[in-house]
Design a protein around this ligand. Sequence first.
Ligand SMILES: [Zn+2]
Ligand SMILES: [Zn+2]
Ligand SMILES: [Zn+2]
Length: 273
Amino acid sequence: MKIHFLGTAAAEGFPNPFCRCEACRKARSLGEKNIRTRSSILIDDVIKVDYSADSHMQALRDRIDLGAVEHLLFTHTHYDHFQPSDLYNRIEGFAHGIDHPLHIYGNDAAICQSGMALGQVAGSNRFAFHLLRPFETISLGNTKITPLLANHDQLETCLLFYIEKGGKTLFYGNDTGWLHDDTWAWLKGKVIDMAILDCTHSFTNNVRNPNHMGIETVLEVQRIWKEEGILDGNGLIYVTHFTHNSGFLHDDFESAFRPFGIQVAYDGLIVDL
Ligand SMILES: [Zn+2]
Ligand SMILES: [Zn+2]
Ligand SMILES: [Zn+2]
């Protein structure tokens, strides 16, 4: 599996273009891995997770052909993950040489709002919609996807994904705080080769932080996964979805996680799993 990190920031981006805090000022002046757009990944060039307003520029930045993407999975409808009106660029007359629909998957809020955002063209052969239910596995060709429950917005069925392809497994774990009980139960006996975990915060003084994780919560998840054999000696963890409000720049997160063998994702990073 090729995992391409398109964006690694929380909702406001890092730096937030409107913000004049110390972390944003430093990120602007240092540039490079400190410039983060809103969180999304691309798997094997054909499966994309989430579509924020930054997806357009991420595609231009990394020279990605979004016309080749076959499947778009939405975790939830917070604005940093969900900008379906931008998919209008894929309609007939705007996008040429398209030979397949973009299959869009999500909870009922994501599917309903995508349909409304696209209006009449939602029913064209450029789009197809599929409702996801937690813990019901779907097959996309040779890839199996199981939506898991996040511990995030309590008024929405926010999803995480367990993705199986070519004998490897990827856990897509943002946005979420300390994992939902039903997700812990489902993961028992499973193996994770690579996990992408929410690390919105830096230190929170809470090892089981709800809504979003911070450094302590990520380390606690790693500890239990290792104890339960879900993550073996070769299992990888990459952290993502960082906020400037943490005050931590890329190097600060690397220093915090290096002793634990956890990698800090950055925009444009490609991992071959
Ligand atoms: Zn988010
Ligand atoms: Zn800031
Ligand atoms: Zn969110």
